[in-house]
Design a binder for this molecule. Structure first.
Ligand SMILES: Nc1ncnc2c1ncn2[C@@H]1O[C@H](COP(=O)(O)OP(=O)(O)OP(=O)(O)O)[C@@H](O)[C@H]1O
Ligand SMILES: [Mg+2]
Length: 343
């Protein structure tokens, strides 16, 4: 790996808004790395009460490092982990899987599954080994979103995930027809989840993304308490109600010691497929303000876009074919940021 001392020297010119020390000595810079191609990434870890100043600092750090002749690209992720508690009891890892990331929301229909699938594909497009698990036992949507019709194979003990668009995918929907009503009681949910995690031949994965069912129910809690999760992303729409629900989801993850990496505002504004003009149908900036208040970074503002819905209906993630090539960037920045936060 190339030397990064010149980056550290450059970063020392920036001040920590809290202590007034330089940001390196103050311990704000973490996980600094540089590839041979000149791609630099690091985390700026700021106290939740300084999230606003952190946003400015992130931009300053980005332009400062980008201006260095040795640097081609720079990805800085802002986190507020320092005040969070470290899990006090051991949760189990899943062998072979480096990071488990859950995508949740307080209420249903905010675009959680759509976001999870498109993020998974964008991370795969970065060259990462990605798996995706649909933990929504009541309304699985992964088979539809990835256009999968087949069933996973099994040797009687372990199931093989289905390969779709470069992703390894598993869903309760593979085992249970979409229209069959099911009543799952607590212990059955626990068992089904553990089977999905531990009796599936995931192989080596950089990230397993789990699409959670809406709300703060059994499945989220069971998973968060039994499995070591690297982080959670919360999807929210701009409407106030969704924000109230998002706050509940946030509270739930905090209680079970799962670090919330950030919020994603979905259907943030309308992007016209014809003229590419932007319309702020909903009051803009609400999620950002709330996220700031809660000390959670807003990682992306994803527009309401025809191609996002059409791609979902076609069962093809955004950017996986010519149809949505141009719109793929909507999730690519998010993917880079999430990876910087995880690694
Ligand atoms: N950014 C977007 N632009 C356009 N359509 C979107 C967008 N995000 C989601 N949708 C559409 O909104 C609907 C709901 O999305 P999705 O199923 O992903 O939500 P969800 O939060 O997973 O729902 P549930 O709570 O039922 O699991 C889908 O028809 C999807 O195609
Ligand atoms: Mg869903």
């Amino acid at each position: 790996m190339p030397l990064t001392s010149f980056i550290i020297d450059a970063l020392k010119s920036l001040k920590d808004p809290e202590s007034g020390q330089d940001i390196v000595s103050a311990g704000l810079v973490q996980g600094l790395s540089m590839t041979t191609e000149g791609i630099v990434s690091f985390v700026l870890d700021i106290k939740p009460s300084f999230i606003k100043e952190g946003g400015i600092l992130k931009e300053e750090a980005e332009s400062l490092i980008k201006a260095l002749p040795e640097v081609k690209e720079v990805y800085v992720a802002l986190t507020t982990q320092r005040e969070k508690k470290i899990p006090s009891f051991a949760k189990e890892n899943v062998p072979g899987i480096a990071h488990i990331l859950v995508v949740g929301s307080g209420k249903g229909g905010v675009g959680k599954s759509t976001t999870a699938v498109n993020l998974a594909y964008a991370m795969h497009a970065l060259g990462l080994r990605i798996g995706i698990l649909d933990a929504d036992i009541y309304g699985p949507s992964l088979p539809r979103l990835l256009g999968i019709t087949g069933q996973p194979t099994s040797d009687g003990k372990t199931m093989n995930p289905i390969q779709a668009h470069g992703l390894k995918a598993m869903s309760m929907g593979f085992l249970v027809p979409e229209d069959s009503p099911m009543i799952w009681r607590g212990p059955m949910i626990q068992k089904a989840l553990q089977q999905m995690l531990r009796q599936v031949h995931w192989g080596e994965l950089d990230v397993l993304i789990i699409d959670l069912p809406p709300g703060t129910g059994d499945i989220c809690l069971t998973l968060a308490q039994s499995t070591s999760l690297s982080g959670a992303l919360i999807v929210s729409t701009p409407q106030d109600l969704a924000l109230i629900d998002a706050r509940k989801a946030l509270g739930m993850f905090k209680t079970v010691d799962v670090p919330v990496l950030g919020c994603i505002e979905n259907m943030s504004y309308f992007l016209c497929p014809h003229c590419e003009g932007r319309s702020d149908i909903f009051e803009h900036g609400g999620v950002r303000r709330e996220a700031e208040k809660l000390g959670v970074p807003l990682l992306a503002e994803i527009p309401l876009h025809m191609k996002i819905r059409e791609s979902a209906e076609q069962g093809i993630p955004l950017g996986a074919n010519k149809f949505s090539e141009k719109e793929a960037h909507l999730y690519q920045e998010l993917a880079k940021e999430v990876w910087a936060l995880l690694s």
